[in-house]
Ligand binder design. Structure first.
Ligand SMILES: [Mg+2]
Length: 366
């Protein structure tokens, strides 16, 4: 099977409500889509979303990378799949988003060619997955209201965005806990917002107030591994790193510095499925559990992340794939179904996507 035509396009999907973290506020999901056709009539879909504040890759940078791949990969033989993946890494070392989109499309195509769901192509099987949901950073009352609504909708795992001010943050968490009680599992994400002494003070206060918490995510700036290790030594709850780990190399460094108990893997950070599997496999070796997360991405790339999570269920034990649920529109037909809170992988080959509406295709003369 050969790669035939590659198309690159984009779409803007409005969110149900603005998404707010310590780093940014957004009202739409910007999706960049790649569509890889084969000479056998199959179509593989891939996707990424520009999150420049985190990955450093702008929309223009991603499109430029994908247009280059469009030229370089057209006509290539899919039989040398590992070679293709290596070639993408060599061509675009500084384009994790673009690489991820193209990898997803190629994996989708390869799994379709093999006639199995992507999860099976990756060595796993379809398993039930349940996602938590994110509560945006904001005024305490608004966050309590959002959290109440999420629980009423059927979620039992909430990720609370923090990181504005540790004293205000403790009040936010306390108010949410008082409103919901112990039956709801809270994960806290400070998005690099604190210093080590602030994080330690926060965790001590959380303990004093007896608020059950599953984990604290990225309390300190990404490069402060010594600080993270110090917070970890003082913490009764697991430290999950997100921004500190983009690549396999980062994961090795963080684990060697004993800076985290858990790692949040995201396709857009690490550059795609191959690197995500490499991080998960390292963590399996080291006995470290992972979360499968996502940026504000659409149902294609988050669907691919669900397949990856299902392919490594012993290690990827936490699922935080809520972005498609935050969208006010659903442009993808077929593929993974994002319910509340269940994620259902269809028993169809590849990602199982039928088509995507509303894409503005980039002209091929570019
Ligand atoms: Mg995070």
């Amino acid at each position: 099977m050969k790669i035939d035509r590659i198309r690159v396009g984009e779409s803007v999907i409005p969110l149900k409500r603005p998404f707010v973290t310590a780093l940014r506020r957004v009202e739409n999901l910007e999706s960049i889509v790649v569509c890889v056709g084969s000479d056998t009539g199959l179509t593989g879909y891939g996707e990424t979303a520009p999150t420049e504040a985190i990955t450093g890759e702008s929309r223009e940078h991603i499109l430029e990378g994908l247009v280059l791949l469009r030229q370089e990969l057209a006509g290539k033989e899919m039989a040398d799949f590992d070679g293709l993946i290596e070639q993408i890494k060599t061509l675009l070392p500084d384009h994790p988003n673009a690489r991820s989109a193209m990898e997803i499309a190629l994996y989708d195509l390869a799994a379709q060619d093999a006639g199995v769901p992507l999860v099976e192509y990756l060595g796993g099987e379809i398993v039930p997955l349940e996602t938590g949901i994110t509560i945006s950073l904001g005024e305490t009352d608004a966050m309590v209201e959002q959290a109440r609504q999420a629980v009423a909708d059927g979620f039992s795992s909430l990720k609370i965005k923090l990181g504005a001010d540790p004293d205000e943050d403790i009040e936010r968490v306390t108010a949410i806990h008082e409103a919901l009680g112990d039956r709801v599992h809270l994960k806290l994400d400070a998005n690099q917002g604190w210093r080590a002494d602030e994080a330690i003070g926060f965790l001590q206060e959380l303990g004093r107030r007896g608020i059950p918490t599953e984990l604290i995510e990225q309390p300190l700036p990404r490069d402060d591994l010594a600080g993270l290790a110090e917070v970890r030594r003082h913490s009764a709850i697991p430290i999950l790193v997100d921004e500190s780990v983009f690549t396999l190399e980062d994961a090795v460094r963080v684990l060697e510095a004993e800076a985290a108990d858990r790692i949040n893997i995201k396709l857009d950070k690490c550059g795609g499925i191959s690197e995500a599997l490499a991080i998960a496999d390292l963590c399996t070796e080291r006995g470290v559990k992972c979360m499968m997360g996502c940026m504000l991405e659409g149902a294609v790339s988050v669907g691919a992340a669900a397949h990856v999570a299902a392919a490594r269920p012993e290690t990827i034990t936490m699922i935080d794939l809520d972005a498609p649920l935050l969208c006010a529109e659903k442009p993808v037909e077929g593929g993974v179904v994002f319910g509340v809170p269940d994620i259902v992988i269809p028993r169809r080959a590849g990602l199982g996507i039928e088509r995507i509406e509303g894409i503005h295709w980039i002209k091929e003369s570019n």
